[in-house]
Design a protein around this ligand. Structure first.
Ligand code: HEC
Ligand code: HEC
Length: 159
């Protein structure tokens, strides 16, 4: 019993020593900082759109042309650009190598740049909704998700 406990303890300590530096390294490399950087840099002009709304190829195309971003210059340092792209790619709609059903309707060689032009989005919102968004000065654009979806920034589009 005591011997068994000793083995467990030494295993735990041993693996902690091994794991701690790896955890520290991975935290600075990808998940947190890249997500935070994306949330900050990509919400300067509009809300930071959730990465799961577009496939990898779209994020790559967007991140490859930031100086000509929908009529704006959204340039970043190469370091920040690359880190944000890695985050968007790692969390994109087809991150698992599988296309969700809505994505299968879009040819592989087409990289849509707008969420608001995706077929599912058009079906969900309809042309009346698009016109309404444009006409209302408090909304201005259908890309202004948060004007209609109060929880948009938290990824909540249910109301
Ligand atoms: C300098 C301002 C600016 C910054 C910074 C910016 N954007 Fe944009 N973005 C725009 C404008 C303007 C539009 C077009 C909005 C519209 O049509 O109403 C847009 C649209 C988009 C769209 C399409 C929205 C739709 O209609 O579906 C995506 C996706 C997008 N941006 C991603 C990003 C990402 C990713 C970043 C961070 C790397 C970023 N943006 C940073 C100005 C900016
Ligand atoms: C002009 C207001 C308006 C804007 C702007 C808008 N939406 Fe919507 N959206 C709606 C409405 C209303 C519905 C619900 C449609 C219905 O249930 O008939 C909806 C539905 C949705 C749904 C489906 C929700 C569900 O639970 O089925 C998603 C996801 C969504 N919108 C995402 C977005 C995103 C992303 C943007 C920005 C790129 C956006 N919307 C911009 C009004 C808007």
């Amino acid at each position: 019993m005591t011997q068994f406990r000793k083995i467990i303890t030494s295993l735990t300590i041993g693996s902690l020593i091994l794991v701690a530096p790896v955890m520290a390294a991975s935290q600075t490399l990808v998940p947190k900082t890249a997500a935070e950087l994306t949330a900050t840099e990509c919400s300067a002009c509009h809300m930071a759109y959730q990465s799961g709304f577009l496939p990898i190829r779209s994020w790559k195309a967007i991140m490859a042309d930031l100086p000509n971003h929908f009529g704006e210059d959204a340039s970043l340092s190469e370091a920040a650009r690359a880190e944000i792209e890695s985050y968007l790619v790692a969390t994109a709609a087809d991150r698992n190598g599988r296309d969700p059903r809505w994505l299968r309707k879009i040819p592989q060689d087409v990289a849509p740049l707008r969420i608001s032009e995706l077929p599912w989005f058009r079906n969900e919102h309809g042309s009346r909704r698009l016109a309404q968004a444009k006409a209302n000065p408090n909304i201005g654009s259908i890309s202004n998700c948060a004007a209609c979806h109060k929880g948009a920034e938290r990824g909540n589009y249910g109301d």
